[in-house]
Design a protein around this ligand. Structure first.
Ligand code: GDP
Length: 295
């Protein structure tokens, strides 16, 4: 992930360092190259535009151009701007201590990595001494519930799958199951579709109204590039989720989706998932990710 973007940015910075003193035209040239690098990494056009406009304005300030280490300062500006578009500060799960069980609902397209992320989140919460309960609400694909059951078995977390064809009833029964068994966090895996569609959104809204989740997390596949922006906007309008789990960060995608989603939707990335293992879900830190991209 991000490899070619990192290489490109490092090339731009090496060039700047070689110059010593920087002129306005050096900055403009560097920003042009950074813009190209971001667009080639499939970052959303508007995000790129704002990024380069902000970074250029900051770099033109006289204390940067006239400083003894202008290239270093430009790198710092780019680092800060990258951190900003990734969300600025860390955003974590907001569970309510006054409501047991807390309910977390996962939404997203089919194949985005929702079921895998549900199990990983349960594992992470278990490590933090919670007693999670997984609930399989995908009534259309029995294989999805089977998959969740298998994953739950591997990590020692109970999976409720209920019966019947009503995902709202299953979600409510799943919460009751948690109450009856003194489990303090319920993670609801909902059904996705291959594309945004009305039935999926209505169903997510209905589950949301029925169980009033403390957190709704949208699982976004980092391999899908900036297309995620439109999908995430559609979910934001209808389901108004609280944050993003960015899955498949271990893939070799260009990273445009991961870099665009926060700015384009206003929703913070809360976790990144990178691999098949249950322990490969981590809290997301915008500054660390920016540092990793800049190499
Ligand atoms: P869902 O349809 O949204 O529930 O998606 P799944 O959880 O079934 O995931 C779809 C595919 O992506 C499966 O083959 C998963 O093993 C794979 N997958 C999910 N998360 C990750 C990840 O973080 N990294 C990798 N490499 N594969 C993942």
């Amino acid at each position: 992930m991000f490899e070619s973007l990192s290489d490109r940015l490092q090339g731009v910075f090496a060039n700047l360092r070689g110059k010593g003193r920087l002129t306005e035209s050096d900055i403009n040239e560097a920003m042009r190259e950074i813009r190209m690098a971001l667009l080639e990494a499939d970052v959303n056009f508007k995000v790129v535009k704002d990024f380069t406009a902000n970074a250029t304005a900051k770099c033109m300030e006289s204390d940067i151009l006239d400083s003894l280490t202008p290239a270093q300062n430009v790198i710092k500006v780019v680092m800060d701007e990258l951190t900003r578009i990734l969300g600025g500060t860390d955003a974590t799960l907001e569970l309510s201590p006054n409501r047991i069980p807390n309910v977390i609902m996962l939404v997203g397209l089919q194949g985005s990595g929702k079921t895998t992320a549900a199990a990983k989140l349960a594992y992470l919460l278990k490590q933090q001494n919670h007693k999670p309960q997984l609930v399989a609400c995908d009534v259309y694909r029995p294989a999805a519930a089977d998959q969740l059951e298998t994953l739950g078995g591997e990590i020692g977390v109970a999976v409720f799958r209920g019966d019947g064809a009503d995902p709202v009833a299953i979600a409510k029964a799943g919460v009751r199951e948690a109450v009856d068994n003194l489990r303090d966090v319920v993670i609801i895996d909902t059904a996705g579709r291959l594309h945004v569609d009305e039935a999926m959104m209505t169903e997510a809204e209905n589950i949301r109204s029925a169980v009033e989740p403390d957190e709704i997390l949208m699982v976004v596949d980092a391999m899908t590039g900036q297309d995620v922006v439109n999908v995430a906007k559609a979910f934001a309008e209808r389901v108004d989720f609280d944050g993003v789990i960015m899955s498949k960060m271990d893939g070799d995608a260009r990273g445009g989706g991961a870099l665009s989603v926060r700015e384009a939707t206003g929703k913070p990335i809360k976790f990144v998932s990178s691999g098949e293992k249950p322990d490969s879900l981590e809290a997301f830190h915008p500054d660390r990710m920016a540092r990793r991209i800049l190499g």
